[in-house]
Write a protein of this length. Sequence first.
Length: 174
Amino acid sequence: MTRILALLEKHDNSDQVKACLEASGYQVFATDTFVNAKSLLSIFNFELIISDVHLENGGNVFDFLRWVKNDKTTAEIPFVLLSSQPTPMAKYLADGVRISARMLGAIKYIEMGTFDADKFQAQIRDLLVIDKQKNKQTSKTTQETKLAKKDGEYYGRPNISNDGTPRGSETHQR
């Protein structure tokens, strides 16, 4: 089952996100503090992190994002920022927050004036599908790399030249 960590300080937002994603079959661990989120990340493996943009309890979202991306055990987890019911000031600052978050490694910034469960589910589902495809491609590339040329030979392939003759059987003229 896909595990998602949701760091959301407002309980209304947390309840909506958790119910929405659990209805889609995800296992959601919701917390309201940076410290608890770090603790959960040290215990469980997560496939996605969703964080409120406007954190106040124990650090800001950029501190948390930086910490996640600098830790080798969590660096590859996709990170999503959620701004639900943003204030006029938050809307004004949204582009700067979005750009800064991308530069620090976030893959998406979701802004919702009112929470739309269907739209939110679709966006999260799409992100997880893209991440699975990326991981599948990385795995394929890793397998291809194992077949890479080393010292004139390919691992996993017979030692045959391009014309179909075994390597080493060619006659050399001087």
